[in-house]
Design a protein. Sequence first.
Length: 256
Amino acid sequence: MTTEALRLELAGGVANIVIDRPEKKNSLTVDQMGQVGTFVEQAVEKGARCIVIKGVSDVFSAGRDLQGVDTQNEDTLAIIREVINPSLAKVRNCPVPTIASVKGPALGFGFGLALACDMTYAADNALLGSPFRNIGLILDSGGHFYLKDRVGAHRAAEIIFTGKMFSGKDAAKMGLINRSLGAMDLDEFVQALARSIASGPTAAFKATKEILACGDGYDAMAELEAHHQSTLIRGEDGTEGIRAFQEKRKPKFVGR
């Protein structure tokens, strides 16, 4: 599946969704931002068991393409409510594990997209942050949520109020992303990780995603664990995993 700005590559259970608009630093129009979520759905429908989102030309995404935006006449509320937020929700709620592989800038929509994935890995010299103060606006695409949740409200306020930009290495140090690596090593690391995850027990990973997304505290999460475990142990991968353990061999998971 390919559009003007995005393409979907699927091999061995790993789907790569590639943002390919280098002449615009991989910034996207409103329609193209909406297509990101559609590509995630398409990847799952085609059998992906792990999805990697990345950009071309050592750039993740500079966010929304603001060229030609009419500030007085566009329906910004509708764009965010009906296009941007639903597209990012498809990434957050994807039933298979998702990984963002970030090189260069990840700003605005690109920032929210990178952090909407289950795991985010960035080049040491990647560029993240919230420069919106420079154009009189606020961080959107879920950015406030991720910053407050991962680095605390006080640090989120500092980042947003100052427009401070930071590297992938700094983002990893503050706990905003999983890890940073040398730019030359990032692709190989992420692809190897994706292949490993894609060969794993996909149904169990889906259950873990639901449990981690539960915001109702320990008791609710423990109950979800019990519910899913009782189902998974009877599933194909659960049965195979226990049998392989008993037979002292490596399990062969099929994702169910």
